[in-house]
Design a protein around this ligand. Structure first.
Ligand SMILES: [Mn+2]
Length: 191
């Protein structure tokens, strides 16, 4: 599984509300970024609770995962969350998100996926999923709003850079907004 994660808490805080995870299960790879509202200890609690819930319900549909997580983390501040599930057999990516996680596929062209309004743990409306083909070499990028909307992604990603971790670290450094926790997850489909 070719995944890189880069995270940074605001002001070097020991707590980071932005949590990321990737799981390989059967013929699926599930990618998740959760941004606990605000920052600090309680944001981290919310982010961790959301990611833990997702990890325990990987076999369910995205609709079920989001609905279950929304109920399960009501005691927290709640999160913005994006999930992308790669099916390695059908070479498709199924995505869904709530609030403002940026999700995109970067390949021959860049495609952005949409989040619905609301908060996981506080209720949301009109959740929908998108299914998109994923070509060999395509990258899937999920990031929190601690990074600015990355303008001209193909330029931002150095063409000669093949090291995903270096790419994630560089994008975090170059595009951090500096006023919030920040996290970026990059997955690349290979072979
Ligand atoms: Mn944030």
């Amino acid at each position: 599984m070719h995944v890189a994660i880069a995270r940074q808490a605001l002001n070097g805080d020991s707590h980071c509300g932005d949590q990321c995870a990737a799981w390989e299960h059967g013929n699926k790879i599930t990618l998740c970024v959760a941004d606990g509202l605000g920052h600090g200890e309680y944001a981290e609690e919310a982010g961790r609770a959301a990611v833990a819930y997702v990890g325990q319900h990987l076999r369910e549909s995205l609709q079920e995962i989001f609905a279950g997580c929304d109920s399960a983390i009501r005691h927290t501040r709640g999160v913005a969350m994006g999930i992308a599930v790669m099916d390695t057999r059908t070479k498709t990516l199924t995505c869904g998100g709530v609030n403002n996680i940026s999700m995109m596929i970067v390949g021959q062209r860049t495609r952005h996926m949409i989040c619905c309004d609301g908060i996981v743990g506080g209720g949301y409306k009109r959740f929908m999923t998108e299914v998109l083909p994923l070509g060999n070499g395509d990258m899937v990028i999920l990031h929190s709003d601690g990074l600015k909307e990355i303008a001209n992604l193909s330029n931002a990603i150095a063409a000669d850079c093949t090291d995903l971790q270096q790419m994630a670290d560089q994008l975090l450094e170059d595009w951090t907004c500096g006023t919030d926790d920040a996290a970026i997850l990059i997955y690349q489909s290979r072979g």
